[in-house]
Design a protein around this ligand. Structure first.
Ligand SMILES: NC(=O)c1ccc[n+]([C@@H]2O[C@H](COP(=O)([O-])OP(=O)(O)OC[C@H]3O[C@@H](n4cnc5c(N)ncnc54)[C@H](OP(=O)(O)O)[C@@H]3O)[C@@H](O)[C@H]2O)c1
Length: 278
């Protein structure tokens, strides 16, 4: 680690933040590229968020990542936000400008698409099924709509949340009932699980894959465990399957480049390093 008086500093703000893999991820890149800098975890309670962000900018940090529960609050803390952040309703990356301006963006949609594109022979344009309608689903739907999917079937346990997401983002999102999720897989080119089902400590996703075309790509954005029950069942029947870790790694690239001036690479060694610690 190189840390001089001219070091560039960035970090991640969360509450709690101890579970975040971002310090490990950015720390790997900083060491790998020999950068004079540091990336630190910042535990900030919700009521202190605006003060903390302003203080970190005043202290000369390059910027921050934002994780739960601050992603929506970060939207109003910024002076400017990009189109994706506005549509998703959340900011996950802030760049503190030399002019004092706080520029917010959301890189989750980018991270999601990069992960799919690099790990599956997938071409946008068909039908996608998205399970879930939480914060992550918003980013996934924005990415898929911009990529040119012709129908994005949003299916969530709480139907009203899916309806709100579809109303906010508009066409090509359509809503299906949770009970119809098995049949809704027919004709799909892509299936994405954005629910927390399948995560360590959560029940597996109850989904019959029988109607899913054999060439449909299956992506689970849950990455703990990396091989979820959904991915294992998809692989077993021959579908191309993509795990969720790549989304986490790729969403970090734009922030790192903006703060430290190097476009970082996602490699197998990085994947192993980030997941090596519980
Ligand atoms: N790979 C990545 O980079 C990445 C990025 C972000 C998030 N994630 C992962 O994505 C998952 C969702 O994150 P989020 O931020 O979107 O969370 P969230 O806003 O809390 O949404 C959770 C979603 O899971 C659904 N759900 C929870 N329990 C359920 C159950 N028992 N049955 C059916 N549906 C259930 C919720 O449905 P209701 O609306 O009905 O409650 C909702 O759609 C998490 O596992 C998170 O770790 C991964």
């Amino acid at each position: 680690m190189i840390l001089s008086g001219k070091a560039k500093i960035a970090g991640v703000i969360g509450w709690p933040v101890s579970h975040s893999r971002s310090p490990r991820l950015h720390g790997y890149w900083l060491a790998n590229y020999g950068i004079d800098g540091a990336y630190i975890p910042l535990a900030v309670a919700p009521d202190r968020f605006p003060t903390a962000v302003a203080g970190l900018a005043a202290a000369g940090l390059r910027g921050v990542n934002i994780t739960l529960p601050h992603k929506a609050a970060a939207l109003s803390a910024c002076d400017m936000v990009d189109d994706n952040a506005r549509r998703i309703g959340a900011v996950n990356t802030i760049v503190f400008g030399n002019d004092g301006a706080l520029r917010g963006s959301n890189t989750d949609a980018f991270g999601f698409l990069e992960n799919i594109r690099r790990n599956a022979a997938w071409r946008a344009g068909g039908i996608a099924v998205v399970l879930g309608a939480g914060g992550a689903a918003r980013a996934v739907c924005v990415a898929l709509a911009d990529a040119g999917m012709i129908d994005i079937r949003v299916i969530n346990r709480t139907g009203a949340r899916a309806a709100r997401l579809a109303a906010d983002l508009g066409a090509p999102l359509t809503v299906r009932d949770w009970e119809t999720r098995h049949d809704a897989l027919a004709s799909a080119a892509l299936l994405v699980n954005t629910t927390s089902l399948g995560m360590t400590g959560q029940p597996p996703l109850d989904l019959d894959l029988a109607a899913l075309p054999m060439d449909a790509v299956v992506n689970d954005i849950v990455y703990a465990p990396m091989e979820t029950d959904l991915l294992a069942r998809a692989r077993a029947r021959g579908n191309p399957a993509v795990d969720g870790l790549g989304m986490l790694l790729h969403q970090a690239r734009p922030g790192f480049e903006a703060w430290f001036g190097v476009a970082p690479k996602v490699t197998d060694e990085l994947r192993d390093f980030v997941m090596a610690e519980p």
